[in-house]
Design a protein around this ligand. Structure first.
Ligand code: SF4
Length: 296
C-alpha cells in the first residue's frame, strides 16, 4: 500500500490517466520524438520557461546542435547565444557540460540508466526520470510541481512527503504505460489541476479524484506537499534581471568594464553591476579578456 491505496488501484488510475489524458496533449514537437538528446534539451528548456517561448527555441537549438556531440564541440558562448529568450542561462552552461560528459563518457549517446543521467551536470531527479519516460518509454514516475499536486489531490487526498510522492508517481505507472501516463499527469497538473483554482469540471480524471469525491475539504492536499514549490521571487529589479540583461548584451558583443553598469540596466549602481558581472564570470557564463567582458 502506498499512500493508503492498493497497488492495483494505483495502476488502474495510471492507465485511466494515460488513456483519458490523451486528448489534452498539445502538439509539442518533443512529443513526436524519442531521441534522448532532443528530450533532454526540451526538458531543460521547459523547466522554468513558458512553452510558447520554448517551442521555437527548441527547434532552432536542435537545428544548430542536433546531437550531444555537436553541442559539446561548440564553445559555451555559442550555446548561450542559442539560449536567447529563455532566461536562466545557467541551464545553457549546464546543458553544454552535460553534452561534454555524454561525448566523453557515453560516446555521444545520452544514457538510458537513471544513475548515469543523474551524474550529468544540471540533471536532477525530475529531468533524469523525464528522459527515461519520454525518450526510453521506461515505466518510471516523473514528479514535478504539477505532478505532485495531482497525486496529492487526486490519488492520496492528503499531503504527501517527498519519498511518498515519488513512490506514488512510480506506482501509478501501468506496465508499458510510462510515456502516456506521465505526459497526461503533467498535462492535468499544468492545464486543469492548477494551484489556485482547479478546474474540476474539465478534468479527465475527475471521476477518480479522491479530493473531489470528499467534497474538496480544507486544507488543499497540495498545500506544502512534496514537489509543490513556492512561487518564485519577483523578477523586476532583481539581480536575476540584471544578469539576464548583461548576458543579452554579451550575446551581441563584448562589453567594456566601463559599460557593464549600463548593460546590466543599473547605470547608477556600478557596484551592483560589477558584483553581478563577477558572478557570471565565477559561474562560467562570461570571461574577462583585458578590459572586456565576453561570452566564453
Ligand atoms: S478533479 Fe479537480 S482536484 Fe481532482 S485532479 Fe481533477 S482538477 Fe485536480
Amino acid at each position: 500500500m502506498i499512500a493508503g491505496v492498493a497497488p492495483a488501484r494505483l495502476r488502474s488510475f495510471g492507465a485511466a490517466l494515460g488513456a483519458q489524458g490523451a486528448s489534452m496533449r498539445p502538439d509539442l514537437p518533443w512529443r513526436l520524438t524519442r531521441d534522448p538528446w532532443a528530450v533532454l534539451v526540451s526538458e531543460v528548456m521547459a523547466q522554468q520557461t513558458q512553452l510558447a517561448r520554448v517551442v521555437p527555441a527548441y527547434e532552432a537549438f536542435l537545428a544548430r546542435f542536433p546531437d550531444a556531440l555537436s553541442c559539446a564541440a561548440a564553445p559555451v558562448g555559442e550555446v548561450l547565444r542559442a539560449w536567447a529568450g529563455l532566461g536562466y542561462n545557467r541551464r545553457a552552461r549546464n546543458l553544454h557540460a552535460a553534452a561534454t560528459v555524454v561525448a566523453e563518457v557515453h560516446g555521444g549517446t545520452v544514457p538510458g540508466a537513471l544513475d548515469d543521467l543523474l551524474a550529468l551536470p544540471g540533471v536532477g531527479p525530475y529531468t533524469a526520470r523525464a528522459v527515461l519516460a519520454f525518450a526510453f518509454e521506461a515505466d518510471v514516475g516523473v514528479l514535478d510541481t504539477n505532478a505532485g499536486r495531482v497525486l496529492a489531490r487526486a490519488v492520496a487526498g492528503r499531503r504527501l512527503g517527498d519519498r511518498e510522492a515519488q513512490a506514488l508517481a512510480d506506482a501509478i505507472v501501468p506496465p508499458g504505460g510510462g510515456w502516456a501516463c506521465n505526459q497526461a499527469l503533467l498535462d492535468v497538473g499544468s492545464l486543469v489541476c492548477t494551484s489556485q483554482r482547479p478546474r474540476c469540471d474539465g478534468c479527465p480524471i475527475a471521476a477518480r479524484c479522491a479530493w473531489r469525491a470528499a467534497g474538496w475539504p480544507a486544507p488543499d492536499p497540495a498545500h506544502r506537499s512534496a514537489g509543490v514549490s513556492v512561487p518564485q521571487s519577483t523578477f523586476a529589479g532583481s539581480d536575476r534581471q540584471g544578469r539576464g540583461r548583461l548576458v543579452a548584451a554579451l550575446r551581441a558583443a563584448p562589453v567594456p568594464t566601463s559599460a557593464v553598469a549600463v548593460a546590466a540596466g543599473w547605470p547608477d549602481d556600478p557596484e551592483r553591476a560589477a558584483r553581478v558581472a563577477e558572478s557570471l564570470v565565477a559561474e562560467g557564463l562570461a570571461v574577462r579578456r583585458g578590459d572586456l567582458l565576453e561570452l566564453p
